[in-house]
Design a protein around this ligand. Structure first.
Ligand code: BTN
Length: 176
């Protein structure tokens, strides 16, 4: 009898504990509200979705779009960048990017950096930033960039670097 009671107690703990821990994540650290930590967020009956994962399509405040491919185990990634603007008179072409992110934990609000080697100009841009989940549960990449343009002479070096900020949000397909 004592064994049966102990067994039932262990069984009920095994069933109840996972439910309680799931509730803690979605209610305490969910997408909305303070302290969004880039964990898994749920809305209503929808399944939990990972947040602050760089992989995917992003657009920024200038109307530029970029696609980041899978992030590997070392935090490295490749992608492509379609800028909406250029300081040159050249025709804009989609350009390759490569970067890396910190991976303290799969869904933390990681810091990252990437370089775009422009395929239609002699310039290079480096971006550095961090992924955040804002108060509405939306992922936002807050970045700063340095754009190095090619100049013909060392005398012109001082003219060659521009600096700015870009804010990226996720581009979603129409199905989502
Ligand atoms: C060039 O004009 O030589 C290359 C294109 C530079 C585009 C810059 S990079 C920083 C800023 N953010 C963008 O999305 N586009 C511009």
């Amino acid at each position: 009898m004592v064994h049966a009671t102990a067994f039932l107690l262990v069984l009920s703990l095994a069933v109840v504990a996972p439910v309680l821990s799931t509730r803690k994540v979605t209610a305490g650290l969910g997408c909305a509200g303070q302290g969004g930590q880039g964990l898994h967020c749920s809305t209503g009956d929808k399944p939990l979705s990972p947040q602050c994962v760089l992989t995917g399509r992003w657009t920024n405040d200038l109307g530029s779009n970029m696609t980041i491919m899978a992030v590997n185990a070392k935090g490295e990634f490749l992608g492509s960048y379609h800028t909406a603007v250029t300081v040159t008179g050249n025709d804009i072409k989609v350009s390759p990017l490569q970067g890396s992110q910190h991976r303290t934990n799969e869904n933390s609000q990681a810091t990252f950096g990437f370089t775009v080697n422009w395929s239609f100009s002699d310039s290079v841009t480096v971006f550095t930033g961090q992924c955040f989940v804002d108060e509405t549960g939306k992922e936002v990449l807050k970045t700063m960039w340095l754009l190095r343009s090619h100049v013909d002479s060392i005398k012109d070096d001082w003219t060659a670097t521009r600096v700015g900020v870009n804010v990226f949000t996720r581009l979603r397909s129409k199905k989502e």
